[in-house]
Design a protein around this ligand. Structure first.
Ligand code: NAP
Length: 288
């Protein structure tokens, strides 16, 4: 039984994808390694007004998440559901099958967004480029069939995106990449915007590392907000779709209180200076 005070419905801005669908700028992350709490997801949907959830086959919680959505009583069509295709399933037939299996586990008949999780294909004997292209063709067909309302990639760098561009076809609707005060890949952000690809940032708290940085603590004091809210607000104010993860209802509630105020330009600029190139998740730089 959750005892945290409920909040009014979340007034969350949305970002338009190139195909006209709108993704809520704030979502709830899930993950493996203790990153899923059933109670917390139900709470986020029922009490915080969260309408965007990010998951992946890799996280092993699709089935539980599907049940949480039903339990919340929030109609499916009001929720933006993203899941991801794991590289072991790359390839034309296997990608299609994996998508259908994800839908079945989630208990849904369509996904709002389906992402290729990682640029390395992990298929021996074939080039990454070849496997990525073939996999992308499968995603394009899933999109054409309406099983996925939008399709995209994750952890792709400019070189990987350029290759897909050479093939033609659907330009990824989204690229989901690590983005937080210590990791600000602004060239990639600019590239995505120029190409009509929505930039989505993961690990907005740098897995908690950003919450003790002196500059962020100073800003938290200045605005009367928590360090977590400063990081999430900063990410959103950069126009980045932002998906903090917490398994704790009170923290999810806190992480949603990021609208209706702005960080000053000078503070946005101060946070821009915190970039040190640190990654807290994947390192895609050397993936061919
Ligand atoms: N595409 C990809 O390859 C990829 C990679 C990594 C992550 N992601 C996505 O991005 C989401 C977020 O990433 P992440 O979970 O790695 O990192 P994160 O959101 O930056 O940080 C999560 C950590 O911060 C803690 N936390 C959350 N809110 C807090 C608060 N208000 N105060 C103090 N601590 C707080 C959480 O602990 P508690 O849970 O204990 O609250 C957890 O340890 C994931 O869930 C996943 O959906 C995608």
């Amino acid at each position: 039984m959750v005892t945290v005070a409920s909040s009014a419905a979340l007034s969350c801005p949305e970002i338009s994808l190139s195909n006209g669908f709108n993704i809520p700028i704030l979502g709830l992350g899930t993950s493996h390694q203790g990153g899923y709490s059933h109670e917390a997801v139900v709470y986020a949907l029922q009490q915080c007004g969260i309408r965007h959830i990010d998951t992946a086959k890799r996280y092993g919680c699709e089935e539980a998440l599907g049940k949480a959505v039903v339990e919340s009583g929030v109609p499916r069509e009001q929720i933006w559901l993203t899941t991801k295709l794991w590289p072991a399933d790359y390839g034309y037939q296997s990608a299609k099958q994996a998508c259908r299996e994800s839908c079945a586990r989630l208990g849904v008949d369509y996904l709002d967004l389906y992402l290729m999780h990682w640029p390395d294909s992990m298929v021996s004997g074939r080039s990454n480029r070849e496997v990525r292209e073939e996999t992308w063709r499968a995603l394009e067909e899933l999109y054409d069939e309406g099983l996925c309302r939008a399709i995209g990639v994750s952890n792709f760098l400019i070189c990987h995106l350029n290759e897909l561009k050479d093939v033609g076809g659907v330009v990824p609707h989204v690229n989901q990449v690590e983005f937080h005060p210590f990791q600000q890949p602004m060239k990639l952000v600019e590239y995505c915007r120029k190409e009509g690809i929505v930039f989505e940032g993961y690990c907005p708290l740098a897995k908690g590392q950003a919450l003790t940085h002196p500059t962020i603590l100073q800003l938290a004091q200045k605005y009367g907000r928590s360090a977590s809210q400063i990081c999430i607000r900063w990410s959103i104010q950069n126009g980045v779709v932002t998906i903090p993860k917490s398994t704790k209802p009170d923290r999810i509630h806190e992480n949603c209180q990021v609208f209706g105020y702005n960080l000053d330009d000078s503070d946005m600029a101060a946070m821009r200076l915190l970039h040190d190139g640190r990654r807290v998740s994947w390192e895609p730089t050397h993936v061919e």
